[in-house]
Design a protein around this ligand. Sequence first.
Ligand SMILES: Cc1cc2nc3c(=O)[nH]c(=O)nc-3n(C[C@H](O)[C@H](O)[C@H](O)COP(=O)(O)OP(=O)(O)OC[C@H]3O[C@@H](n4cnc5c(N)ncnc54)[C@H](O)[C@@H]3O)c2cc1C
Length: 345
Amino acid sequence: MEIMENIPLASLTTFGIGGPARWFAEATTEEDIVEAVGWACEHTAPLFILGGGSNLLVSDSGFSGLVLRVALRGIESLPRHAGSRLYQAAAGEDWDAFVERTVADNCAGLECLAGIPGTVGGTPVQNVGAYGQEVSTTIASVRALDLDRMDFVNLTPTDCHFAYRSSLFNTTARGRYIVTRVAYRLLPEGPPTLRYADLHREFSGNSAPTLSQVASTVRRIRQSKGMFLVPGDPDCRSAGSFFRNPIITAGHFHALTAQLGAEPPHYPTPPGDIKLPAAWLIEQAGFPKGFTFGRAGISSRHTLALTNRGNATAAEILGLRDVIIDGVRARFNITLEMEPVLLGF
Ligand SMILES: Cc1cc2nc3c(=O)[nH]c(=O)nc-3n(C[C@H](O)[C@H](O)[C@H](O)COP(=O)(O)OP(=O)(O)OC[C@H]3O[C@@H](n4cnc5c(N)ncnc54)[C@H](O)[C@@H]3O)c2cc1C
């Protein structure tokens, strides 16, 4: 495996922003990963694991360590067991292509997650979710290199501590595991999930849409919101949703309702807390779709996506982030949290 030097990272991210990696390597096998980790230790170089770069903002000065791109390939579909079918997908597989394959096999469980960019290995990290599904409900196990033990481990969903946009990989054990393979348990001939309002509406006249119809509808809706990567579409130079939907206590929600004189849009979320749509908070705080801040901006089709309007710097994106966070805090006393990962800051 070749260790390269001073490799530009911007083109390896969907934001298209950021300086170079001091060192860069691509792993196509688990042995490559072990070798790269050894190299980083020997050279006391910090290590960063890169997937598809779709949830990442790289600093303008780049990263002074080793960026290891996980490019392991291969998908195995195991025979049905107890009514379900298990897929083992290597971490470097393209996520949307994998979803397409499971839908073509008529296996339910991932159809609403169609059109999300990135790799298979990126999905457990923030428990990817959209349109009424989260990967945590279908993940059977995650194989990873545990850097503390320098051994490969198989983690169960319970080990992974999945929650809304989080797991042990992006919270308590950040940087400890390199995911090499994920197993998903899907339901052959199962019904599509139609929990999300947009999908309900789309299929109101169709009592039994196929998985394939649902997946392509999800991609179409995503594209209408600039959330499906289309080369040349300026609204796609983003990392998807930049902010998580905040979860507040019932007490906080009642105080907010009293302050506003009416209930804001919300969704109950266990255990008794309330989730608020960050997009609504941002718009109400004075930041509409298409809002610009130098060369950074808010997508013209989705309030949650911050975009690179052309040659934006990471500093400009973070400047816009801070203006939005301050505005929402001043209006609602709620501090928004960003979703993408920062590298090199
Ligand atoms: C247009 C657009 C729409 C999006 N829509 C959604 C959406 O609907 N729902 C959603 O949840 N997300 C969404 N995202 C965010 C993003 O696509 C997902 O989070 C995706 O899973 C990130 O995967 P990646 O391979 O690109 O990870 P990267 O961006 O490369 O990395 C993200 C983090 O995961 C870590 N990581 C990646 N691979 C591995 C690995 N093999 N082992 C260990 N750590 C790893 C990295 O170190 C980093 O910390 C969207 C992004 C874009 C650009």
